[in-house]
Write a protein of this length. Structure first.
Length: 158
């Protein structure tokens, strides 16, 4: 976990210091910094950091990291979406099931995917009013409920 956090910090720094236009370039810079990762790992890191590409004004694009304020604002929107649709949660050893108001399963799943919850392996939105959450190996539903409560004080797992 510590290595991942350090790598994420390095990715952010490299993007802020260099004008990087491709994952290949970023992989090379990471390698030079002592991190030998696959393209798939880098892609997950970029998604986790919410890295985007912006136009450089000359028909090209480069990576950019959102500011802390932009990230907080984005998270506030996801939390609102979650609360707007959330009804109840239950879980077993490896899966949590979130019940939502009719028509809210997609927005609740998207919110969960984008809140950076360490216990979440992935989500599947049901047809209309349910979200299935696959928990990472070793994680429990109680861990997820606690993480949700930390992110969303209004959250109630009852």
């Amino acid at each position: 976990m510590k290595e991942r956090l350090e790598r994420l910090k390095t990715v952010k720094t490299l993007i802020k210091v260099h004008r990087i236009d491709s994952q290949e370039t970023l992989l090379q810079l990471l390698s030079e910094s002592g991190y030998n990762v696959t393209q798939a790992t880098l892609s997950r890191d970029l998604k986790y950091l919410k890295v985007g590409k912006v136009a450089d004004g000359h028909s090209g694009y480069y990576y950019t990291v959102p500011s802390d304020e932009e990230r907080k604002e984005s998270e506030r929107h996801y939390i609102q979406d979650f609360l707007r649709g959330y009804v109840a949660i239950d879980w077993n050893e490896s899966v949590a099931v979130v019940r939502t108001f009719s028509g809210h399963s997609d927005s609740v799943a998207l919110a969960i995917d984008n809140m950076g919850l360490e216990d979440v392996l992935g989500t599947v939105s049901g047809r209309d009013n349910v979200v299935f959450i696959a928990l990472k190996k070793g994680s429990k539903g109680e861990d997820l409920a606690k993480a949700l409560k930390e992110k969303i004080p209004e959250f109630d797992a009852e």
